[in-house]
Design a protein around this ligand. Structure first.
Ligand code: PAF
Length: 293
């Protein structure tokens, strides 16, 4: 594996087609699944590793965000990643940026409301990664469904020659979506955190029984939050991230809640196949996550 710190060193180490997996590090099986999908689709896999300060609206959240580059280098090496791009802050953000990428409309709900400036930070850094690393493909997790919509739209609007591919959410064995933030939960909070996925799975059961009403599905999700403090539970369209009164198109049911000091998000995507609604429940680990290794 090549560990590189600059865009030009990353590009100099490519052979053939290039797939990018953008990350903020502290790898877990969700990242590994993206790396494997990337390896199956391109000759060179480059994983970016940068905790992007531009996307944190809360300095305490940025400070707390888990970091361990040595650990991540070992995991990336074991995963046979070709290039680990771990830029210095100066490489990524040479000066206080005077340019920002904002994606309107799609960011007027959910995370866009709860975390002002978050998506401009994501869109700006992903634009820099696309411009500097010039991948043919880029892989993102479906756990960040609104982020995925924002990135797909920025690729379309800015004509980036990048194909964006999404991968199902990877979950711990009890259903909790993998997130580096799970490591910040106390054991009591870790139990409470299950409420997010429990509410989503209860809503999937209702969908399978024929429920299509948006507000009723949202209230099932919110009704499962007892120990966690809800920020939102919303059904939205996958492409425009517009709140839906009926589940009648590709959509996602999203939840965000605070468990202690930790804010968690999760969602279930609903796709339509031959007129049927198909829920993407994600993939479940059968063993403890490497998050706790
Ligand atoms: O999903 C993430 O980890 C981040 O938002 C991303 C896409 C790497 C941008 O910093």
């Amino acid at each position: 594996m090549n560990l590189v710190r600059t865009f030009s060193d990353a590009r100099a180490s490519y052979k053939g087609t290039v797939a990018l997996v953008p990350t903020m590090g502290f790898f877990h099986e969700g990242h590994l699944a993206l790396m494997t999908a990337a390896q199956n689709s391109a000759d060179t896999v480059v994983v970016s590793h940068f905790v992007n300060p531009l996307q944190f609206d809360n300095p305490a959240d940025l400070e707390r965000y888990p970091r361990d580059v040595e650990r991540d280098m070992t995991i990336a090496e074991e995963a046979k990643v070709d290039v680990l791009f771990a830029p210095t802050s100066v490489e990524m953000i040479p000066q206080t940026p005077l340019t920002a990428v904002t994606v309107d409309g799609l960011t007027d709900t959910m995370e866009g409301v709860m975390r002002p400036g978050h998506f401009a930070g994501v869109a700006t850094i992903v634009t820099k990664l696309f411009a500097g690393l010039q991948p043919h493909l880029a892989f993102f997790g479906r756990k960040d469904a609104q982020q995925l919509a924002v990135i797909r739209r920025l690729v379309l609007d800015l004509s980036f020659p990048v194909r964006v591919l999404a991968h199902p959410t990877v979950r711990e064995s009890d259903g909790l979506a993998l997130s580096s933030r799970n490591t910040l939960l106390t054991s009591e909070e870790r139990l409470a955190a299950r409420e997010l996925s429990q509410g989503l799975f209860a809503a999937v059961t209702a969908v399978e029984a024929g429920e299509r009403n948006g507000p009723r599905l949202e209230s099932i999700v919110r009704g499962a939050l007892h120990s966690s403090r809800p920020d939102y539970g919303e059904l939205a369209s996958q492409d425009r991230v517009e709140r839906l009164s009926e589940l009648d198109r590709p959509s996602f049911l999203a939840v965000a809640a605070r468990v202690g000091k930790v804010r968690l998000i999760d969602n279930i995507a609903f796709d339509l196949a031959a007129g049927e609604v198909v829920a993407d429940r994600g993939l479940r680990l059968k063993h403890p996550s490497l998050l706790y290794r």
